[in-house]
Design a protein around this ligand. Structure first.
Ligand code: IYR
Length: 222
């Protein structure tokens, strides 16, 4: 391999196998306590916590290291209100017209509807944008690769980081989400990927009684 511009990976840490087992198990146990909540407390969260979680997201592996993402963090109540109004308009259209009966049936156990008070109650909304292409310093288009995969991985890491900090999140996908470009003044090379709602869960929040598939149903070992 051509080792030009390569540096030693000094930060790699290997663990003794017993510790490896423990770490893998305890990370699973920690992550399995994550639940999506749809009701948030209005309690404030320090912005540095959100910044650190976003830095975690920014470490995600991605196509040709183009890092084709932008995270717009919203805490301004007026902007949250605008987003809520626009999202609820789309959601009403979705629940009343666009969604198929099959889709509504699949959503029934989650108890969702077109009302989205969490968009104003939670201290932070993070609008995640994927950049279909980049624009370099000279204003030339820069090709991006595996954009959805890259932004999906970064978003997963963000969700894990938020959970690790002891906060709850909700992956919200009003569809279509073009209104986010307008409200947040994002350029046309950026598409809204999803809206992550972040904060403390409301006290005594309830979550749907659902479970995850067991390992044998999600993996095969050949
Ligand atoms: N975007 C709608 C509907 C919705 C769709 C799926 I797929 C979900 O897992 C949950 C909700 C809404 O946010 O209500």
């Amino acid at each position: 391999m051509n080792s030009k511009n390569f540096v030693l990976h000094n930060e790699y840490e290997e663990y003794p196998v017993e510790e490896m087992r423990e770490r893998a198990r305890s990370f699973y146990e920690h992550m399995s306590r994550r639940r999506t909540v749809r009701e948030f407390s209005e309690r404030l969260v320090p912005q540095e916590v959100i910044e650190d979680c976003l830095m975690t997201a920014g470490t995600a592996p991605n196509g040709a290291n183009m890092q084709p993402w932008h995270f717009a963090v919203i805490s301004d109540p007026e902007v949250k209100n605008e987003i809520r109004e626009a999202a609820e308009e789309e959601e009403r259209e979705f629940y009343e017209n666009r969604a198929t009966d099959e889709w509504l049936e699949a959503l029934a156990p989650l108890g969702t509807d077109a009302n989205k008070p969490f968009l104003e109650e939670a201290p932070y909304l993070i609008a995640i944008f994927s950049q279909s292409y980049g624009i370099d310093e000279e204003g030339n288009k820069q090709k991006h690769y595996y954009v959805k995969e890259s932004v999906g991985i970064a978003t997963g890491m963000l969700i894990a980081a938020v959970h690790n900090a002891g906060l709850a999140s909700l992956t919200h996908t009003p569809s279509p989400m073009g209104f986010l470009n307008e409200i947040l003044d994002r350029p046309s090379n950026e598409r809204p990927f999803l809206l992550l709602v972040v904060g403390y869960p409301k006290e005594n929040v309830k979550v749907p009684d659902i479970s995850k598939k067991p390992l044998k149903d999600i993996a095969s070992f050949i």
